[in-house]
Design a protein around this ligand. Structure first.
Ligand code: P1T
Length: 391
């Protein structure tokens, strides 16, 4: 096979790119895996004359390889990596100035809501949170000072599927930059840039790395102007990932396509099991025909992922008891790792959202969120069965 370079990379399939894009053998030693360039600085031959790297906040070869790989997976010209998903969000928000307005979907990760509401509002930005399922409402919410449209799809934790093509088309018409947080689907199941988004971002802490051992974030774009602007902030602010973390995420990416297929397979089995259980009030999984956005999900995504949310019959006490009883599932924040996790949005991931807002959108005491891992599905179902028996 001809080795990949930036010219021919896009002729290859997803799995091939996940394994090779940006990752030619290292020229000096032939090392097949991109080395962890654990260095803060790079020797210069004479002042200002270097081999493309000078200081590791600005650039590091391990990070370059990782960014190039993700750019290829998202069908983007470029990518920029950060030390967390929220540091990525922060870098994008730095492109705005006091007085600017941001439109955001109403069901977002609690930390995203928090940085908007508690950090950037204080600096003079204004935010409107609303249900992006209603396109007329979205259209009407733009103001003359709207500069950014932010959406997650499927949303966290209610797994609403938003129409990326229709919503980003409105933003484009209004000359507003659109961002899609693609964390839940990963680059494998959803391609926001090809549906019209200007920027796609990930908390790579989740599926992209996939092994629950790194916190990181990345964005990808084909808009050179935005890229240059945010690259400036990446260096000027400096929330960059270290070379070891870049290496680990790149290693995780090599199996992204395999893991996502298995996450989805298990999620279907678990979702069907929960749907048929007498102690479950309602199951939310975009792959189920009962999901209100199932048709859109089929059209927009090439799979449905591994995230499931459900309402137990009962209140906080029953939900707490159930969550204390699971044993193969780990009760923990986060998602997207090979191991199955279970969480309680009200007290964990979405505790920073005001209670009135949570109730209005449906984040209630009996809501449980599952990140289905890649264990054997029958073991996961057995664990849920025994825990449900105890309530
Ligand atoms: O945790 P961090 O890498 O900074 O990423 C934040 C983030 C951004 N976007 C989405 C959709 C997310 O789900 C997250 C982090 N979410 C969790 C920790 C969670 O358990 O939902």
């Amino acid at each position: 096979m001809k080795k990949m370079d930036s010219e021919n990379v896009n002729q290859f399939g997803f799995g091939t790119r996940a394994i090779h894009a940006g990752q030619a053998p290292e020229p000096v030693t032939g090392a097949v895996m991109v080395p962890i360039f654990q260095t803060s600085t790079f020797a210069q031959e004479s002042p200002g004359k270097n081999k493309g790297y000078e200081y590791a906040r600005t650039g590091n070869p391990t990070r370059t390889a990782y960014q190039d790989c993700v750019a290829s997976l998202e069908g983007a010209k470029s990518a920029l990596a950060f030390s967390s998903g929220l540091a990525t969000t922060d870098a994008i928000l730095h492109t705005l100035k006091s007085g600017d307005h941001v439109l955001c979907c109403d069901d977002v990760y609690g930390g995203t809501f928090r940085i908007f509401d508690k950090v950037y509002r204080k600096l003079g930005l204004d935010f409107t949170f609303l249900d992006f399922s209603d396109l007329k409402q979205v259209e009407a919410a733009f103001r003359p000072n709207t500069r950014l449209l932010w959406m997650e799809t499927p949303t966290n934790p209610l797994l609403k599927v938003l129409d990326i093509e229709a919503i980003t088309a409105i933003a484009r018409r209004k000359k507003v930059v659109s961002v899609v947080d693609n964390t839940f689907m990963s680059s494998y199941f959803q391609k926001p840039l090809s549906l019209g988004a200007d920027l796609v971002i990930h908390s790579v802490t989740k599926y992209m790395n996939g092994h629950s051992d790194v916190v990181g974030g990345i964005l990808a774009t084909s808009n050179s102007e935005l890229y240059e602007q945010i690259k400036f902030f990446q260096n000027a602010v400096g929330a960059v990932p270290g070379p070891m973390d870049c290496f680990l995420v790149m290693r995780g990416l090599k199996t992204l396509h395999l893991r996502m297929e298995q996450h989805q397979k298990n999620a279907f089995e678990v979702a069907h099991f929960l749907e048929g259980h007498s102690k479950i009030e309602k199951v939310i999984y975009p792959g189920l025909e009962s999901h209100p956005d199932h048709a859109l999900a089929r059209r927009q995504m090439s799979g449905f992922g591994g995230m499931i949310s459900f309402y137990l019959k009962g209140g906080l006490a029953e939900t707490r008891r159930f969550l204390e009883q699971v044993s193969l599932f780990t009760l923990a924040e986060s998602l997207g790792g090979v191991e199955s996790l279970i969480g309680h949005p009200v007290t964990m991931t979405h505790a920073s959202i005001p209670v009135e807002t949570r109730e209005k959108i449906g984040i209630r005491d009996n809501l449980v969120r599952i990140s289905t891992g890649v264990e054997d599905a029958q073991d996961l179902i057995a664990d849920l069965t025994q825990a449900l028996k105890k309530i």
